[in-house]
Design a binder for this molecule. Structure first.
Ligand code: PLP
Length: 374
């Protein structure tokens, strides 16, 4: 089996999976209990928080645990409405993950806010000036993804963040596709909030992290027992957070080595797509693990199934949406012809992808694509 769907989710390393199981069996007390067993769990939790903060050059008091990035995103967007004062508008892009777009849609229907979506250029990257043009006196928050999950395009989040800080507009960064792919530093990108999920960087599923800059306004989304300093109630997942912290540390430490190796693989895959008369939808300025490609006349599900029968697993676009609609809207927003947009596949690697995996993928692409064309 060759797995090329790492933007959807990643595997855990065996030693971390074993340690996770051991922690579940041995370190199961509630970290909020007063007895010494509970206090030991609280220490695990705080150590995880410190480790994550260190890996991201932030302060442990800025790190909050949630269940996934979708929850973190909901928290930030929904909480921001409570601080907006008389302002009314959130600015975002049309290529955000549905966790952002559908939450904004819901907020618009249920409160007095409105939002504007800025489209990307043909290469999938949003222009700084175009987005900033939409930020006016009515705007209280901008929500932007650092890296698009469908195409791998890196967005100009640092320049946008810097300008938003000058204009006193709050900035949420969806950092889900950054960890282990590009160096990320929440201070130099001037964000007030950031969201990410452990399962995207070889950590366990069910662990999300929210970064909240000290001093940035925030209210809890989930109320109850007052865990996470009153900001996110519910008993914390101690084994999950402990393993997520180690996975994050490893991912950050390996970023440089793995991204340059994957860049080489990315070139080979792009060349193959072009040799097969396909179109590469991933721009030059992208993370190195992703190639989004379309082949005229071939529907993506047909190609995904054919490759799957050959033992190669690629994505259509975003497995985080319902199975059907994927991330076609991202390619549509880029102005890609609809027959190409509906026929796109997303090949996404991880730092564990080998040269043999890539050679196998290329061989199977060369076998299946010509067959499906006729
Ligand atoms: N944001 C981006 C850019 C994503 O790629 C994803 C998932 O693919 C999410 C948000 C949602 O993450 P999760 O499903 O872990 O909540």
């Amino acid at each position: 089996m060759r797995y090329f769907d790492n933007n959807a989710t990643t595997k855990m390393e065996s030693d971390l999976a074993e340690r996770f199981a051991k922690l579940c069996v041995e370190e199961y007390a509630n970290p909020n209990s007063m007895h010494s067993f509970g206090l030991r769990e609280a220490r695990y939790l705080e150590e995880a928080r410190r480790k994550i903060a260190r890996s991201l050059s932030s302060d442990p008091r800025e790190i909050y645990f949630t269940s996934c990035a979708t929850e973190s995103i909901n928290w930030i967007l929904r909480s921001s409405v409570l601080f907006k004062g008389r302002k009314k508008r959130i600015v975002t892009t049309s290529i955000e993950h549905k966790a952002v777009l559908n939450t904004l849609k819901d907020l618009k229907a249920s409160s007095d806010i409105d939002y504007t979506t800025v489209g990307p250029e043909r290469n999938g990257i949003v222009k700084v000036a175009k987005l900033l043009d939409e930020v006016d006196e009515e705007t209280f928050l901008v929500s932007l993804m650092a890296v698009n999950n469908v195409t791998g395009a890196i967005q100009p989040y640092e320049e946008i963040g810097e300008e938003l800080r000058k204009r006193n507009v709050l900035f949420h960064l969806d950092a889900v596709q950054t960890i282990g792919k590009i160096p990320i530093d929440f201070v130099s990108c001037f964000c007030d909030y950031a969201s990410f999920s452990a399962h995207k960087f070889h950590g366990p599923k069910g662990v999300g992290v929210t970064y909240i800059r000290q001093g940035a306004p925030i209210r809890p989304l989930i109320t109850g027992g007052g865990q996470e300093r009153g900001m996110r109630s519910g008993t914390q997942n101690v084994p999950g957070t402990a393993i997520a912290a180690t996975a994050l540390q490893r991912a950050v430490e390996c970023t440089q080595e793995s991204s340059s190796r994957l860049r080489e693989y990315q070139h080979r895959i792009k060349e193959t797509v072009e040799e097969l008369d396909g179109v590469v939808n991933t721009p030059e300025n992208s993370i190195s693990n992703t190639v989004n490609a379309s082949f005229a006349g071939i529907r993506s599900e047909v190609l995904v199934n054919a490759l799957s029968e050959e033992g190669v697993f690629v994505g259509t676009s975003s497995a985080c949406s319902s199975r059907g609609d994927g991330g076609q809207y991202v390619l549509d927003s880029m102005g890609l012809d609809s027959s190409l947009a509906s026929g796109s596949i997303r090949i996404s690697m991880s730092r564990f992808t080998t040269e043999e995996d890539v050679a196998f993928l290329i061989e199977k692409l060369k076998k299946t694509v010509p067959l499906l064309k006729f």
